[in-house]
Design a protein around this ligand. Structure first.
Ligand SMILES: Cc1cc2nc3c(=O)[nH]c(=O)nc-3n(C[C@H](O)[C@H](O)[C@H](O)COP(=O)(O)OP(=O)(O)OC[C@H]3O[C@@H](n4cnc5c(N)ncnc54)[C@H](O)[C@@H]3O)c2cc1C
Length: 398
């Protein structure tokens, strides 16, 4: 099953830095991570930084899964708005979840500081504007919760939004501690660091995920791997039985423009709206626009380039409606699978049956932020420490 189709952008910004061998014999591993996308890379970094011995295995090349299709907006605000989350999960859990995300964003900033290679990580403000006049109320409710619990947030009324950001909408929330990144460069940079920290990598090695045994897995070619703990960071390649009835599958569209001549918008903020599915967009260091949206609830991608481009054009015209001074020419356009969860939270934690099996599945739009939070949670669980967030995101939650 392909995770995306079309013409993606990030793989054009850097060629793969590594060629790891395929596994051709039996091995033993303390921590075995399956999947070398952004989740596997971050998890390997956090676990190896904490003294654990880690092996990472991917059936393809590292960073070529959904990570290559990711648009690289990193935000502490979740797709599930805080007021909605509080309504569904209660005040304590709603606030705790947002706290987990804010801490993960700050942790990611400290991780980036330690990497030697460029990742195009830039701290950015986010602007979440009201798509419709009636959404002002929704934004204000979120603002009240966020400000009450000291999250970095500001409420912008129409006049301020227009004056400062040139956006003519009723209102918006401004948040910060958010960032943009080139996810492909981030995986390569983390991998470089991970190797120095002793992490062992194998590429082109597929694990049989339907036959995970107590402390042993097999490659599709029949080699055995004995593990003490196994972490599945396989993204959207497989929906595991334990989360099957809790997730939602989508197809989503994205594009990257040619570099723009015009000044884009204030502070190159990352912009998204209150409508669902939402339009979202950001800039790149060479003044391109990357945008996405138009999610459809279907678990398959399209290969027809004309159809992909038509959707991308639709997204571009929406941006031009907000910023009429822009004329967007699309250079790359793609569509991809994208998985969410019914309660808006990712799936992270121990398998209810096999105590040595863990999931790191950052479902929902904030996948990267969740991967950081999830890696910290798994690090604690594996080390036998209690983590205050583990119950929120555990895979067998009701
Ligand atoms: C269009 C789009 C835009 C997005 N935008 C954002 C965004 O702006 N911000 C954000 O935070 N998130 C975003 N996301 C979500 C984000 O992409 C994902 O959460 C994240 O990339 C998933 O990374 P991952 O490492 O979990 O998965 P992947 O990158 O898919 O990595 C999983 C890896 O597992 C490997 N694998 C699978 N099965 C096996 C097996 N049996 N044996 C060995 N290896 C295996 C695969 O080869 C793959 O390399 C977006 C997603 C999409 C599709």
């Amino acid at each position: 099953m392909d995770l995306y189709a079309g013409n993606t952008y990030w793989d054009k910004t850097l060629t793969s830095q590594f060629n790891f061998e395929k596994l051709s014999h039996n091995i033993n591993s303390d921590i075995l991570i399956i999947g070398a996308g952004i989740s596997g890379a971050l998890c390997a970094y956090i676990l190896s930084s904490n003294g654990l011995k880690v092996t990472v295995i991917d059936k393809d090349k590292i960073g070529h899964g959904s990570t290559a299709a990711n648009t690289g907006l990193l935000q502490y605000s979740s797709d599930k708005r805080i007021s909605k989350l509080i309504k569904e999960k209660g005040l304590e859990d709603g606030v705790l979840f947002y706290k987990m995300c804010l801490e993960a964003m700050d942790k990611l900033t400290t991780i980036i500081d330690k990497l030697e290679s460029e990742t195009d990580y830039r701290l950015r403000d986010s602007i979440n504007y009201a798509s419709e006049k009636k959404d002002r109320k929704l934004l204000f409710k979120d603002y009240e919760y966020l400000s009450k619990f000291d999250f970095p947030v500001e409420f912008l009324e129409n006049d301020e939004l227009k004056e400062k950001y040139n956006i003519n909408k009723t209102a918006a929330l401004k948040t910060w501690h958010d960032a943009e990144v080139n996810p492909f460069k981030l995986v390569q940079a983390l991998t470089k660091k991970n190797i120095v920290q002793g992490v062992k990598y194998y590429e082109h090695t597929e694990i049989d995920l339907d036959r995970i045994m107590d402390k042993q897995v097999h490659t599709k070619e029949g080699h055995k791997i004995n593990y003490k703990s196994i972490i599945l960071s396989t993204g959207y390649t497989k929906i595991y039985p334990v989360i099957e009835d809790k997730c939602i599958t989508y197809r989503t569209y994205a594009f990257c423009s040619f570099p723009m001549n015009e000044h884009l918008w204030k502070d190159n903020a990352m912009i998204w709206e209150t409508n669902i599915p939402y339009l979202y967009f950001r800039s790149t260091p060479d003044n391109r626009i990357i945008a996405g949206g138009l999610d459809e609830e279907i678990n398959e991608i399209v290969y027809d380039e004309k159809k992909i481009m038509k959707k991308a054009e639709k997204i571009a015209r929406k941006i031009e409606n907000i910023f009429p001074h822009l004329h967007i020419d699309i250079q790359y356009a793609w569509n991809a699978l994208f998985y969410g969860s019914k309660d808006g939270m990712p799936f992270i934690g121990r398998d209810p049956i096999n105590p040595n099996l863990y999931y790191l599945l950052g479902y929902e739009g904030n996948g990267t932020c969740y991967s950081v939070a999830g890696s910290l949670i798994l690090n604690d669980i594996i080390k036998g420490k209690k983590n205050i967030y583990e119950n929120l995101v555990k895979v067998n939650r009701t």
